[in-house]
Design a protein around this ligand. Structure first.
Ligand code: SF4
Length: 496
C-alpha cells in the first residue's frame, strides 16, 4: 500500500527546494507561510481520509497497473463506477473542508495524458505511453500531489500561439537536445501549484501543423531549475495574517491557492515527455482534460455548498427566522440548485464510456452542463445565502474592534440576535459566509475548467439538432415511416 499520511505529505513538501514568491517576497518554506498553510491543510485532508476505513472505497482504488491499492487521486478511471466514486470523494472532501482541495487538476491531467499518449502512439508509432506508464507507477507508489498546468497567458486573444508578438505567451519548446527539451513560458491559475510535488504541463489549446513547438506535454518536478511559483492574491487574503475571527475558514481557506507558474528555460528529460510536436493531438488532450474536470464541479461545489447551506441555516436559527416559511423555502431552493448539479455530475459519470486506451470518459454533454450550471448556481446559492444572512456580513466591524474594551461591548451587544446564541458564533458564521461567497470563490466557479462559453461550444457540437428535428417530425406526423426519420436507439444519449 502506498498511501502517504498528511504528515508525510507536509514533510515531503519541506524536502522540496522550490522557488516560490508570496505577496512579492521569496519564501523559503511555503509550509509555514500563513497565506499558504490553509491550502496545505486542505490537501492534507485528502491524504488523511484515505487512511480511514469508512472512506476506503471512496478515497482509494486498485491500480490497474500494479494491482496495489492506491489513492484515488492517482488512479486511472477504469469504469463508470470509478467516475461515480470520484464524485463521491469530491463531495465528501468539499463537506469536510468547505473549500477546494486541489488534487483533482493533477488527477484529470494524469488521465488526459494517459489517454492521449496512447492515441499518439497508436497513430504515430511513438513510445510516449510506455514512458507515461513508468511515470504513473512512480506517482502511484509515492502518492504524489500533481498540479495540472494547462492555461497559457494567451496574450492577444485574436491571434494563434504562433502569431503572438511574444512567442512565450504559450508554453513552448525553445531547444531540442538528444536527451530532452527546454521549455519556456508560463501557466496561469494553477490550483495547488505551490504545494504540489510535480507539475504536469499540457497544451492549452488546439494547434495547427506549424505550431509543433507548442505541442508539448511533460512532467516537471516542482523544484526543477527554472520553475518559479508566484502565488495569487485572493479576496480577504491578508486576513490570514491576522489571527482573529475574520478569516472565515481559518483551517482550510477559500478556493485552491492558485499560483502562476513560470518555466524559465526548464530542461525536461526524454522520459518525462509525453507529447512533443504532435499538434494533431493537442485538442484531444485539452478536450479530455476539460470534460473530466467539468463534471468534477458537481461534486466539489456540492460539498462546499452543503457547508454554506448549513452555515446559512444556522444563521437563520441565530436570527430567529428559521421557522419562517419564506426563509425555509429559500433554503430549499439552495438545496435544489446544489443537488441539480450533483445529479448531473453523477449522471455524466454513470453514463461514462470507454476511450480507445480503455479508460473511462464521462458523458460529455452532461459534464459540460454541470459546469455551465455551476457558473450560475454557485452565484445563485451565494445570493440566497446573502439574502438570508443579512447585510451584517458586509458591514461588521473587524476582529480588532472586539479586542478593544472601549467598543467591544457595543459591537457585541448590537450584533447579538437571539440571546441564547453566543454573538461570537454569529460573527464567525457570518465571516464564513462572507468568505465562502467572496469574489475569488465566484470567479473560480465561473472560469475554473473553462469559461461558460467554452462549455456552450461543446454543447452546441454535441446537441445533435438534426436528430431532435427528426424526433419532432415523427411525433408531429404521427408516422414512424416519415422518409429519413429513424427511431432513436434505446441507448440514446444527448451526445450520440
Ligand atoms: Fe477539485 Fe473542485 Fe478544486 Fe477543481 S475546483 S481542483 S474539481 S476541488
Amino acid at each position: 500500500m502506498s498511501l502517504k499520511t498528511a504528515e508525510e505529505y507536509v514533510k515531503s513538501l519541506r524536502a522540496l527546494k522550490i522557488r516560490a514568491y508570496v505577496a512579492g517576497e521569496r519564501v523559503d518554506s511555503i509550509v509555514d507561510h500563513p497565506m499558504v498553510a490553509p491550502h496545505i491543510n486542505t490537501v492534507g485532508k485528502t491524504y488523511e481520509l484515505a487512511h480511514l476505513p469508512e472512506y476506503r472505497e471512496v478515497m482509494t482504488a486498485v491500480s490497474h497497473l500494479t494491482g496495489e491499492r492506491v489513492h484515488r487521486y492517482t488512479h486511472i478511471f477504469q469504469t463508470p463506477d470509478d467516475l461515480v466514486k470520484k464524485l463521491q470523494m469530491l463531495r465528501l472532501l468539499g463537506q469536510v473542508t468547505g473549500t477546494c482541495f486541489q488534487r483533482c487538476v493533477g488527477l484529470d491531467a494524469l488521465n488526459a495524458v494517459y489517454a492521449t499518449s496512447f492515441e499518439i502512439d497508436a497513430g504515430e508509432g511513438t513510445d510516449y505511453h510506455q514512458r507515461f506508464l513508468d511515470y504513473l507507477r512512480w506517482v502511484q507508489a509515492e502518492d504524489l500531489m500533481l498540479a495540472g498546468a494547462m492555461t497559457d497567458p494567451k496574450g492577444d486573444r485574436s491571434k494563434r500561439p504562433s502569431e503572438q508578438a511574444d512567442p512565450d505567451q504559450f508554453v513552448r519548446v525553445v531547444d531540442r537536445r538528444p536527451d530532452g527539451v527546454v521549455i519556456r513560458g508560463a501557466k496561469l491559475h494553477n490550483t495547488g501549484g505551490i504545494n504540489s510535488h510535480e507539475v504536469v504541463v499540457m497544451p492549452g489549446t488546439g494547434l495547427q501543423p506549424d505550431e509543433a513547438d507548442y505541442a508539448i506535454a511533460c512532467a516537471v518536478p516542482a523544484d526543477a531549475d527554472g520553475v518559479i511559483f508566484i502565488f495569487g492574491r485572493q479576496s480577504n487574503d491578508s486576513r490570514k495574517l491576522e489571527d482573529g475571527c475574520d478569516i472565515g475558514n481559518p483551517r482550510f481557506g477559500v478556493v485552491g491557492g492558485e499560483a502562476m507558474v513560470v518555466f524559465d528555460d526548464v530542461f525536461v528529460p526524454n522520459e518525462r515527455i509525453f507529447m512533443n510536436g504532435e499538434t494533431a493531438y493537442a485538442a484531444t488532450l485539452v478536450n479530455y482534460f476539460a470534460t473530466w474536470h467539468r463534471a468534477n464541479y458537481g461534486g466539489c461545489k456540492g460539498g462546499n455548498a452543503d457547508v454554506l447551506i448549513g452555515a446559512t441555516a444556522k444563521m437563520a436559527k441565530m436570527l430567529g427566522t428559521d421557522r419562517n416559511s419564506i426563509v425555509r423555502d429559500k433554503l430549499v431552493e439552495m438545496v435544489h440548485l446544489n443537488e441539480t448539479t450533483y445529479a448531473s455530475a453523477i449522471g455524466a459519470s454513470a453514463m461514462g464510456s470507454a476511450l480507445p486506451c480503455g479508460s473511462c470518459m464521462v458523458e460529455p454533454m452532461m459534464a459540460n452542463t454541470v459546469k455551465q450550471n455551476i457558473t450560475r448556481n454557485v452565484y445563485q446559492i451565494g445570493r440566497l445565502s446573502h439574502d438570508l444572512a443579512g447585510g451584517f456580513i458586509a458591514t461588521l466591524p473587524d476582529a480588532k474592534s472586539l479586542e478593544n474594551p472601549e467598543i467591544a461591548k457595543y459591537v457585541e451587544k448590537y450584533h447579538t440576535a437571539k440571546p441564547e446564541y453566543d454573538v461570537m458564533e454569529r460573527i464567525r458564521f457570518g465571516r464564513y459566509i462572507e468568505n465562502a461567497t467572496s469574489v475569488t470563490t465566484l470567479v473560480e466557479a465561473m472560469h475554473g475548467a473553462g469559461s461558460p462559453q467554452a462549455q456552450r461550444i461543446v454543447m452546441m457540437g454535441q446537441a445533435n439538432f438534426d436528430e431532435k428535428i427528426a424526433m419532432a417530425e415523427r411525433v408531429i406526423h404521427s408516422d414512424d415511416n416519415v422518409p429519413g426519420v429513424q427511431l432513436p436507439s434505446p441507448s440514446f444519449r444527448a451526445s450520440d
